[in-house]
Design a protein around this ligand. Structure first.
Ligand SMILES: *Cc1c(COP(=O)(O)O)cnc(C)c1O
Length: 224
């Protein structure tokens, strides 16, 4: 099936309130353009250099999301144009995003990444660290960021019960922080969870933003 056909069949299954991020990492520009032609406007990338290169060449009405692990020293390259950063997992990174947001005279939307998987390798905050950030007085000074929600990745397993439990854990956390903080830069509305293998389950568990790559574009070729 073509990219356009894949997009159409995925969109049919998505409820109205769920935003689709088309994960285009490692995919060539022609495939992204194909998705763009069929109406997709939100794309997610994992690598800073690749994102910068693509954003320079592809249509300006694309909303670029950064979904990978972001190093503080690279924030400056994407700060002028990125529309949402999904994987924020430290206060240090938040401060750097704020600094670069200020330089570019804009407010950068961020999702805090929570560690829900059992694997050690997945990045993210635990519950205590999440509350430490949200409660910190210093956060109020960061007027060039907006914390718009949470992001998480479930364990890479075939055990649906485990995945469901991890998603539900994140959903509960999401609801417990909603409307709880009256800082003007905390506006918790987005719950980003679910990828090609588990997005229907993620939506069942309350996700309102899914990040789908291979089901749209086919398998990734990392040697490209
Ligand atoms: C690559 C990636 C995805 C998409 O994965 P697929 O399995 O191809 O849908 C989603 N989220 C993150 C954080 C990723 O790195």
């Amino acid at each position: 099936m073509s990219v356009a056909e894949n997009l159409i069949s995925i969109k049919k299954t998505l409820p109205e309130h769920v935003t689709l991020v088309a994960v285009s990492k490692t995919q060539p520009n022609e495939k992204i353009l194909e998705a763009h032609h069929s109406g997709q406007r939100i794309f997610g990338e994992n690598y800073v250099q690749e994102l910068v290169d693509k954003a320079g060449l592809l249509p300006k009405d694309i909303e670029w999301h950064f979904i990978g692990h972001l190093q503080s020293n690279k924030v400056k390259y994407i700060a002028p144009f990125v529309s949402l950063i999904h994987g924020v997992d430290s206060f240090k990174l938040l401060k750097e995003i704020n600094k670069q947001g200020q330089k570019n005279n804009r407010i950068i939307n961020c999702l805090l990444q929570v560690h829900i998987a059992r694997e050690e390798t997945k990045f993210g905050l635990d519950e205590k660290e999440l509350y430490e950030i949200l409660n910190s007085d210093e956060l109020k000074n960061l007027q060039h960021i907006n914390i718009s929600g949470l992001m998480g990745m479930a364990s890479n397993t075939n055990n649906t019960d485990d995945i469901r439990n991890e998603f539900l854990q994140l959903k509960n956390l999401f609801h417990s922080i909603q409307n709880k903080f009256n800082a003007n830069n905390i506006n918790v509305t987005t719950l980003s969870m679910g990828m090609s293998s588990d997005y229907p389950l993620a939506i069942e568990c309350g996700s309102n933003m899914v990040r789908i790559g291979s089901s749209i574009f086919g398998v990734r070729n990392y040697s490209n």
